[in-house]
Design a protein around this ligand. Structure first.
Ligand SMILES: *[C@@H]1O[C@H](CO)[C@@H](O)[C@H](O)[C@H]1NC(C)=O
Length: 166
């Protein structure tokens, strides 16, 4: 079953239960805006909710099963995202991939590039928004119409609804 944003899920998060890792990441992203390249398809709120759903915004630099960092970016994804590197790394260095995607800004820019390449209306609701970017992020540019893991979708949806006033 493909989840759609039309599905009604009551937002029961209270003010005292703010997802703090999200706020930390959001501030990081807002502060880094000057460094981001011109075309950003994915909003800061969407990036924050993507990391919530993907890793709980855990910024510990770690690779598990080939997926690294708070957005769990794989090597193939990083290549499709333009092989961005930290300033001191050569794209051909074996460390270039983990160093970039373990860095919040480099990882976020990789996602922006990936979405420029693969943006599409995955859930057929007539618009390309964070629900589509989240499906592309999780399922890949060629499989985004597939079913998302329920926990991933629920975390994303709750986060997007909670932050929709931004
Ligand atoms: C973050 O990830 C690291 C490495 O996987 C883990 O040891 C740590 O417990 C995680 N932190 C939280 C708050 O989940």
């Amino acid at each position: 079953m493909v989840h759609s944003k039309i599905k009604k899920i009551p937002n029961k998060i209270s003010m005292g239960n703010k997802p703090r890792p999200f706020i930390v990441l959001l501030l990081l992203m807002l502060c880094s805006n000057a460094q981001l390249e011109a075309q950003n398809l994915v909003t800061d709120v969407c990036l924050g909710c993507l990391c919530e759903a993907t890793s709980g915004c855990n910024q510990t630099a770690v690779c598990n099963y080939g997926a690294c960092g708070l957005f769990r970016v794989t090597y193939a994804y990083w290549v499709d995202g333009g092989k961005l590197t930290l300033s001191y790394d050569s794209p051909d260095s074996p460390e270039a991939f983990p160093n970039c995607v373990n860095d919040p800004y480099c990882a976020a820019n990789t996602i922006q590039n990936y979405m420029i390449r693969y943006k599409q209306d995955c859930n057929d609701d007539g618009e390309i928004d964070c629900y589509d970017y989240a499906a592309i992020h999780r399922l890949g540019g060629n499989g985004c119409k597939g079913a998302l893991p329920p926990g991933y979708y629920e975390t994303l949806n709750t986060c997007l609804r909670y932050h929709s006033h931004y």
